[in-house]
Design a protein around this ligand. Structure first.
Ligand code: UD1
Length: 324
């Protein structure tokens, strides 16, 4: 049994990871201020301890880390909305960068015996550079406070590893979908929004012509990758940055048509102007991760099928009463 900390563990990726870790018998501590996540996302288990707290609370975080001596630390807490980072750059910086550097500093100064620290970064660090697919060595061009903070935190992780020998690894997520994703903002993952629209018969606002391409990755494949990078026999060599995606590309239009077939319903679509700053093509080269033995199991269709089944069995998305 390992002792694990997940910041942002009530959110989409963090809570799915918590489910998997609890199922394998780990002791999981979650810190989440519920700004995006939900208490209901957290697995109901004696193995879980939940603190409703912001990672920017330094005193709290220092005490927690020193007291618990975690084996594994997964850093998912962050303000995920790019638009929010543009509206409130300084505040979001405190969460998306500052708080993460502070955690590293505590681990370094207090010489805490962590086995692996994983930081969740984003494909946003690549910005609108046209080179495709995105490899970890592609040009970095962060265009928003969100992307700048993600990239800076990534570098802090890696360089704390180089300078102070901390066992760190950073992942760049592309477009993830699946259960427990919050669809309540226009900047939520497009598949969570479409799911809501299909179920509720609402009109979907499609920005652009639908030919934009993404690397849509089902959450279970993401969790497999996270465990591979932190807990497998290969994990001791994983210091560095990894794209985490499928390496497959699907246009928004094609994804919608696959989803309509699965749901047996037509999506009501209203075409609008492209969003300012929208990236037309984004997909990953995942060969660095694949060299460690990673093999995604889900095509877009398989993932959509599983997600649709989950949402219908639940009778709706997880966030119906979420108002923020
Ligand atoms: C994703 C990330 C974002 C990151 C970016 C980096 C998510 C939720 N967002 O943004 O944090 O900065 O990659 O490349 O994973 N769309 C619609 N209608 C909607 C919502 C979206 O047409 O209601 C379109 C968008 O304009 C976009 C596509 O669908 O072209 C995908 O949108 P979205 O899921 O928000 O992800 P990204 O824009 O790729």
């Amino acid at each position: 049994m390992s002792n694990v900390l997940i910041t942002g563990g009530a959110g989409f990726v963090g809570s799915n990871l918590a489910d998997r870790l609890v199922a394998q018998g780990d002791k999981v501590t979650i810190v989440d201020d519920l700004s995006m996540g939900l208490v209901e996302n957290i697995p109901d288990s004696d193995l879980v301890t939940f603190y409703e707290e912001s990672i920017t609370n330094k005193e709290f975080m220092e005490h927690l880390l020193v007291k618990n001596k975690f084996d594994y630390i997964y850093l998912f807490a962050g303000v995920a909305s790019v638009a929010d980072s543009v509206a409130r750059p300084y505040e979001t910086h405190q969460v998306n960068q500052e708080a993460n550097v502070f955690l590293l500093e505590i681990i370094r100064k207090r010489k805490l015996p962590v086995k692996k620290i994983l930081f969740a970064s984003s494909a946003a660090v690549y910005g609108d550079d046209p080179q495709l697919p995105k490899t970890e060595l592609s040009r970095i061009k962060p265009l928003t406070p969100y992307a700048i903070d993600k990239f800076a935190s990534e570098r802090y992780m890696i360089d704390y590893g180089n300078l102070y020998d901390l066992p760190t690894v950073a992942v760049r997520f592309f477009n993830i979908f699946g259960p427990k994703q919050n669809p309540s903002s226009p900047y939520s993952g497009v598949i969570s929004i479409i799911t809501d629209c299909i179920r509720e018969g609402k009109t979907f606002n499609l920005y652009g012509d639908g030919e934009q391409v993404r690397d849509f990755t089902y959450i279970d494949d993401i969790i497999d990758a996270l465990l591979l990078l932190t807990r497998s026999d290969n994990a001791s060599n994983t210091h560095g940055t990894y794209n985490v995606a499928t390496g497959m590309k699907t246009s928004l239009k094609d994804m919608i048509s696959i989803y309509e077939d699965i749901a047996g319903k037509k999506l009501d679509i209203k075409y609008l102007e492209s969003r300012k700053g929208d990236i037309k093509y984004s997909y990953a080269d995942t060969s660095k991760l694949c060299k460690l033995g990673y093999k995604p199991k889900y095509s877009v269709e398989m993932g959509l099928r599983k997600y649709w089944k989950y949402v219908n069995e639940k009778g709706g998305n997880d966030y119906e009463n979420f108002n923020n």
